[in-house]
Design a protein around this ligand. Structure first.
Ligand code: C2E
Ligand code: MG
Ligand code: MG
Length: 570
């Protein structure tokens, strides 16, 4: 044996320790390097930070006694062989340790070099064999994935070890037409394909999730800690998309798809067997649906998913069919009362549902990434329209456009905007971008770079819905901003008359904004009382139903024309 093993001796009796050291030192060729710990705590520390091949363990230590000592070491390092050292009088305890997983025990008084070395070699080999057996019992030989038995353990753990109840998704997955591949291209191609699919599945899962192979072309995934069905739906889209990418095997390009069924814990079953059974049943429905799709176990979930798919589909189509339009809501200067600009707000004019408000579709466009395309259209349209109004002499003022987080994070935003400004001929000073607190606080450095890039084009930047997110105030000071928009909810608090502290947040935002030399805009102004309050506290600009709702372009153009006429007269 040429391999050298680190041996840890946990022993508090210096005499016993010296004896063992001398036995091992007699032969410098012996493949063991000895380390000491004189109490359990130090031994565990050593195990935690050192690769250890074997533990020699005295059960009676200053900080631990008897079988308990063994149990603690074994629990800490289940894959390291342990030999228990015992006195003549407690061999019964030592035997219990062997039953509990120790490889061997040695009686201290009756120890000689030969015996010690033999026991150590034997223990190491025996443990190696045990670990290998365990691996074979728990892992699939072809793919190296957990097998059915380990899957059961993991799933049981996932279900029962939960501290807070969060959804777990059990996904039963079966490759489509695998038998055909196997029969026509041969078993070795089939095996390669299974290995490649296993690798793909492993690569798309998050840490803490499990993928297991049940045999044949059946895989089971456990997606842990899912906050809601939507997240699971997205994960499934990602997983099935990954699987269906073309794949090269044996010089051939194959296209493989999979059908999957999903059951959810807790609603689809209280235990492992029921969850697996129901996921399997759902998988069969996916096969019946023409394969290459996934089905949830319950009808309600499928209904939900179908509606989302439909909405997603019509949103994509809406972009192509130009079903989106912008409405404009005027912004009014507090002191002069003049219209100084407008916020552009997107609307979806659906052929059947009529005018759809952004709350109903913006979240989905963000999830699917469609917002990037939609957002670019909004920017272009707002700039184009404003420039046209200017050319007609309507004095539209500054147009403000909402940016979504995804748009903001994507590379190339500054370039895109610069192109749009050039295309439409709008002066950059006539455009304002509305961002939100979370966008800038999230990935601060990248955010600052983007903000500076936007700023360098000459557009204004404002923080929308201010006060609802988490801003680091010291940080805010260093951003190249122009304005804060007080969130509607804080304006609503003004003039309710209910509480003594009504309006304090709005007031605080105004003070903060002014201290940072920023303009402050109030959104959602609906009442006279709110207006008076905001005037008293010197808010700079106002926006809300009190002055007018968002209007279609033609209506907003009329509003601008009226305002101009009034201004000329007065
Ligand atoms: P937001 O940017 O805070 O827009 C203001 C919202 O408040 C608008 O709702 C507006 O109609 C509404 N509002 C204005 N005055 C009042 C009022 O006095 N009382 C009340 N109760 N509401 C008022 P809308 O148009 O439904 O937009 C909702 C949100 O959708 C926007 O909130 C914005 O976050 C998002 N959004 C709208 N258009 C776009 C867009 O083009 N791109 C992106 N990324 N998001 C957009
Ligand atoms: Mg806004
Ligand atoms: Mg807002």
């Amino acid at each position: 044996m040429s391999e050298s093993h680190n041996v840890l001796l946990i022993e508090d009796n210096p005499g016993d320790a010296r004896l063992i050291r001398e036995m091992l030192a007699e032969d410098p060729g012996a493949p063991f390097a000895l380390h000491f710990a004189d109490r359990l705590a130090r031994g565990l520390e050593h195990l935690a930070s050192n690769q250890t091949g074997l533990v020699l363990l005295d059960l009676s230590l200053p900080d631990s006694f008897g079988l308990d000592t063994f149990a603690k070491v074994f629990a800490h390092s289940p894959d390291v062989p342990i030999i228990v050292l015992t006195g003549n009088d407690d061999q019964r305890v030592a035997l219990s340790a062997v039953k509990g997983g120790a490889q061997d025990y040695l009686v201290k008084g009756k120890l000689d070099r030969e015996l010690l070395l033999r026991s150590m070699q034997y223990s190491i080999e025996r443990k190696r064999y045990q670990v290998e057996l365990e691996r074979q019992a728990n892992y699939d030989a072809l793919t190296g994935l957990p097998n059915r038995s380990l899957l059961h353990d993991r799933l049981k753990q996932a279900v029962f070890a939960q501290r807070t109840l969060r959804a777990i998704a059990v996904v039963f997955m079966d490759l489509d037409h695998f038998k055909f591949v196997n029969d026509s291209l041969g078993h070795s191609t089939g095996d390669e394909l299974l290995k490649a699919m296993a690798e793909r599945l492993r690569s798309v899962l998050r840490e803490g999730d499990t993928v297991a192979r049940l045999g044949g072309d059946e895989f089971v995934l456990i997606l842990n800690d899912q906050t809601n069905e939507e997240v699971i739906f997205r994960a499934m889209q990602r997983i099935t998309a990954k699987l269906s990418e073309p794949i090269q095997i044996g010089g051939k390009e194959l296209y493989v798809t999979a059908s999957a069924g999903i059951s959810l814990y807790p609603q689809d079953g209280p235990d492992v067997d029921t969850l697996l059974k129901n996921a399997d049943a759902a998988m069969y429905r996916a096969k019946e649906h023409g394969r290459n799709n996934f089905q949830f176990y319950t009808a309600e979930m499928n209904q939900l998913v179908n509606e989302r798919l439909q909405l997603e589909h019509s949103l994509r189509r809406a972009l192509e069919k130009h079903e989106f339009l912008l409405h404009y809501q005027q912004r009014v200067d507090m002191r002069s009362g003049a219209v100084v600009g407008a916020e552009a707000l997107v609307r979806w004019s659906h052929p059947e549902w009529g005018l759809v408000h952004p709350a109903r579709f913006i979240p989905l466009t963000e999830e699917t990434g469609l917002i990037v395309q939609l957002g670019e259209w909004v920017l272009h349209e707002a700039c184009r329209q404003t420039r046209i109004w200017q050319d007609k002499g309507l004095e539209p003022g500054v147009v403000s456009v909402n940016l979504s987080a995804l748009q903001f994070r994507r590379e190339g935003l500054v370039r895109t905007l610069s192109r749009i400004l050039a295309d439409t001929g709008l002066e950059p000073s006539q455009l304002e971008m509305e961002i939100t607190e979370s966008m800038v606080m999230h990935n601060a450095e990248a955010a600052v770079a983007t903000l500076q890039g936007l700023k360098s084009l000459g557009v204004a930047l404002s923080v929308d819905d201010f006060g609802t997110g988490y801003s680091s105030l010291s940080y805010l000071k260093n951003l190249p901003l122009d304005a804060l928009k007080i969130d509607r909810s804080f304006v609503r608090d003004i003039g309710t008359g209910a509480e003594a502290d009504e309006g304090v947040i709005a007031q605080a935002v105004i003070s903060l904004g002014h201290a940072l030399h920023l303009k402050v805009i109030a959104e959602g102004v609906e009442t006279d009382a709110q207006l008076r309050f905001l005037r008293r506290h010197k808010c700079d600009e106002l926006q809300g139903f009190y002055f007018g709702e968002p209007l279609a372009p033609e209506a907003h153009a009329r509003l601008l024309a009226n305002a101009k006429r009034r201004a000329r007269r007065g």
